[in-house]
Structures are given as structure tokens and as C-alpha cells.
Design a protein around this ligand. Structure first.
Ligand code: ATP
Ligand code: MG
Length: 402
């Protein structure tokens, strides 16, 4: 049996009332972009579902790609038939006949949104159950745990038959929720935070702080590789690489050692906020997790956060490292994050960073020197690049994500 389409169901999305059209439009764009390597497919969107018309393209490959797209709750390879009982019976027999193997069990699940259809759901279940049983010797019914569950969706315009419902990545489609800047290090946490924010529909641009010659080109490449993974969701992404050496040197000269880490974070946040303003973003996303390291105690967050009132989204704030690692594996970023290159925050680590830094103290230390020109210079010298996903390298599968 050749499936002619894939039915995509939106789930969460359909509760979005007036915004639905916008969401459907964004999802359609994501699906089209993700499937751009398949020139023959067509995407049809309606208010409550979407159809990918296969036109002979490979259903297995397309299934793998759809599993990664945010905004899809479930999807099913399907066949469209006319609302005509004889034609439906013929198609059902062909579909189940092509899938079933000797001794397998099945059930029929009818869904009827067209209430004018001549049979109700019980009637459809009985008719098609009997038809399959009498035509496929050896097939047995099992309503609790069937090997094959034939879904018959009777809708106004047509009937759709499918035997498989695949769980999608959920969430909202890319770009449906506004723009935010992701502070992207080469570590495990920040790429995961980026994916989780994108799952809520945010469009993200990444900001990476780089301190040559203390951090190497390979460290920068690592961040670019992480950005390529993140770019898979949206088809591309913008990465801002901030030269941070001069600011870091100045901090080292001006601020007492045990406060350098706090101050460094404050300057990173200030600079990110300036880039955010230029790029018209509305929030900053970080991979911080409460208590994980000295810069992530509540006291540190309080003191670092002082430099901006832009919303800071911390998707991982209450997660354990083991949970984060598991998600990094699922998003396929763990291996890249584990490459052993230094980050700008690890090069001048003080022997004993303050775990309870105070706002008044750091304000005082920072007041002895005019950092503004250095901040301006870092913002102006920021290199902005467009990152595209690595195509042809897309054989990773997203297992159950959340
Ligand atoms: P990660 O695994 O994301 O590096 P981490 O546990 O190592 O996180 P920190 O190094 O303390 O934690 O960084 C906390 C957060 O600060 C990161 O999640 C990231 O959002 C941001 N950050 C750290 N270093 C950089 C950098 N070089 N460029 C941009 N953002 C950074
Ligand atoms: Mg880090």
C-alpha cells in the first residue's frame, strides 16, 4: 500500500484561539523548510490539521524529519478516500492487507467529525472489522493491544485511513513566540536551554563570548557546531560572536579576584542586552541551573541580574545535571558539548569565587573604571554570522523528548 499523505495534528496549538492562523502559518513554514529536500511534496494546511502530500516521496525519511518539528502533536501516514463505503472498504483491505503478517491482531477505531455520514462510529467499527476478518484469514481482533489499529477518520471532505500514530515533538512552532537572545557557551547546558525555549515557539539568536588568544579557534568551531544543531529547528540561525578579551583583561585588573567571576557575568549580560536591543529581541535565555556552580547560586543570580530588567529565561533553572544530560543526548548536542575546549569563563577562574556576592560591593569595584568604551567596542566588533544546519548529517532520531 502506498500512503499518499501524512496527516499532522497540532494538539496544543489548536487551543490558541484567534492566534491559530498565525500558528498554523508558522508550522506550515517549518514543515516546508524541513522538507525542502523533497521537491515533490506539497503541504496543505487547514485550521485543525495539515497534510503533507507525498507525491511519491519516501515516507520513512519524512517521518524521521517530522518527529523533530515543534508544534506537531501527532502524525500519521494515511490514505485519502472518498466518503463511499465500497471505496473505503477496498482501501481499508488494501492497507491492512499490506501491513499484516500471519497471526497478528487488529482493531478498528472510527472517528467521525462529519455527523451526516451514513454510519456512526460503532457502525463503522463493526462493518470494517467484519470486512477485514472475512477477507484476511488468520487475522484476529484484539481491542486492548492490537498489532494494527486501523484509524478511520470520517471528515466532511473525505475519509482518511491510517494505521500508525506517531508522537511529535509537541510545543509551538518555531518563531511563533517572539525573539530572544540565547547566551550560548560551548557547554552542555546552554544548547539544551536553547532547544527548550524554541519548543515554546521562541525564535532565538545566539550570543557567544570569545576571548582570543586565551580561547582557541577550536572552541569557536565547537560553538558553531552547536549552533548548527540549533539551526535545524528553524532552518537557520544567527550567531553573534563577541570579542571579550579586552573587557576580561580590564576586569582582571580592576576587580578583586574573588569578584571577577561575578563581574564578568555582569558584563556578559550587559553586552548581550545591548545586542538584544539592536536585534529587537525581548528576552535573554541562559543555561543556568540553580546551585550548579558558584555563579549560579541564588545570591549570584541576584547580583548578576541587577544589570538588566530584560526578562531572563532559564529553562533549566530547577533541573539536575543528569536530567539536562539526558535531554542533551536526545537533542544530539552532548557529544559536541563534551569536546574539551576551554570557554572564556573558565580561563581566568579565581581560586575562590564568591558564592554570595553582594550588589553594593560589585557596584563599588566596577565604579573605579570606565568600562563603557570597552563595552561599546565589544558590541561594535561583534561578528554576526548566519548558521545553516549540516544537511545530510541528519540521521539522529529524537526519541521521546519530554
Ligand atoms: P553551559 O554548560 O551552558 O556552559 P555551565 O553549567 O557551564 O553552562 P556556566 O559556565 O556558569 O555554566 O554558564 C552559565 C550560563 O552562562 C551558560 O549556560 C550560558 O548561558 C552563559 N555562558 C557561559 N559562558 C558563555 C559564553 N562564553 N558565551 C555566551 N554565554 C555564556
Ligand atoms: Mg559553561
Amino acid at each position: 500500500m502506498n500512503y499518499d499523505r501524512i496527516v499532522i495534528r497540532y494538539g496544543e496549538l489548536s487551543t490558541k484561539g484567534r492566534n491559530r492562523n498565525k500558528f498554523v502559518g508558522k508550522l506550515r513554514k517549518s514543515v516546508k523548510l524541513a522538507l525542502s529536500a523533497f521537491p515533490k511534496i506539497k503541504v496543505e494546511a487547514t485550521h485543525d490539521r495539515m497534510y503533507v502530500l507525498l507525491n511519491g516521496e519516501d515516507v520513512q525519511e519524512i517521518k524521521m524529519i517530522l518527529r523533530k518539528i515543534f508544534g506537531i502533536q501527532t502524525f500519521s501516514p494515511a490514505v485519502k478516500v472518498e466518503s463511499d463505503l465500497e471505496k473505503m472498504k477496498e482501501a481499508a483491505l488494501e492497507l491492512v492487507g499490506s501491513l499484516y503478517q500471519e497471526g497478528q491482531t487488529f482493531k478498528v477505531t472510527a472517528k467521525r467529525s462529519d455527523k451526516t455520514f451514513e454510519l456512526d462510529t460503532d457502525g463503522i467499527n463493526q462493518l470494517f472489522g467484519a470486512h477485514l476478518l472475512s477477507n484476511l484469514p488468520g487475522l484476529k481482533v484484539n481491542v486492548k493491544k492490537p498489532d494494527i489499529n486501523l484509524l478511520i477518520e470520517v471528515r466532511k471532505e473525505a475519509v482518511y485511513l491510517s494505521c500508525e500514530t506517531i508522537t511529535g515533538a509537541g510545543g509551538y512552532p518555531a518563531g511563533s513566540g517572539g525573539k530572544a537572545m540565547l547566551m550560548l557557551s560551548g557547554g552542555i547546558d546552554s544548547p539544551v536551554a536553547g532547544f527548550m525555549a524554541m519548543k515554546r515557539g521562541l525564535e532565538i539568536e545566539a550570543v557567544h563570548f570569545f576571548s582570543p588568544p586565551f580561547t582557541s579557534e577550536r572552541a569557536k568551531e565547537k560553538v558553531i557546531d552547536l549552533a548548527k544543531k540549533l539551526a535545524e529547528v528553524y532552518g537557520q540561525m544567527t550567531l553573534h560572536i563577541v570579542p571579550f578579551t579586552d573587557v576580561q583583561q580590564a576586569i582582571r585588573e580592576q576587580v578583586p579576584e574573588n569578584y571577577t567571576m561575578t563581574s564578568t557575568r555582569r558584563f556578559m549580560l550587559r553586552i548581550t542586552d545591548k545586542i538584544r536591543e539592536k536585534r529587537e529581541g525581548l528576552a535573554i535565555i541562559t543555561g543556568e541551573s540553580l546551585g550548579q556552580v558558584a555563579s549560579q547560586t541564588l545570591e549570584s543570580m541576584f547580583t548578576i541580574n541587577e544589570v538588566t530588567n530584560t526578562p531572563i529565561i532559564r529553562p533549566l533553572v530547577t533541573m539536575d545535571k543528569t536530567e539536562i544530560i539526558k535531554i542533551a543526548q536526545e537533542f544530539d548536542t552532548l557529544e559536541i558539548s563534551n569536546r574539551p575546549y576551554e570557554d572564556c569563563c573558565t580561563i581566568f577562574v579565581p581560586a575562590s569565587p564568591k558564592t554570595k556576592p553582594r550588589r553594593e560591593k560589585v557596584q563599588q569595584y566596577e565604579s573605579y573604571f570606565d568600562f563603557d568604551p570597552l563595552i561599546e567596542e565589544a558590541v561594535n566588533d561583534t561578528e554576526t554570522i548566519t548558521i545553516k544546519p549540516d544537511l545530510g548529517n541528519d540521521d539522529s532520531e529524537f526519541d521521546e523528548l519530554f
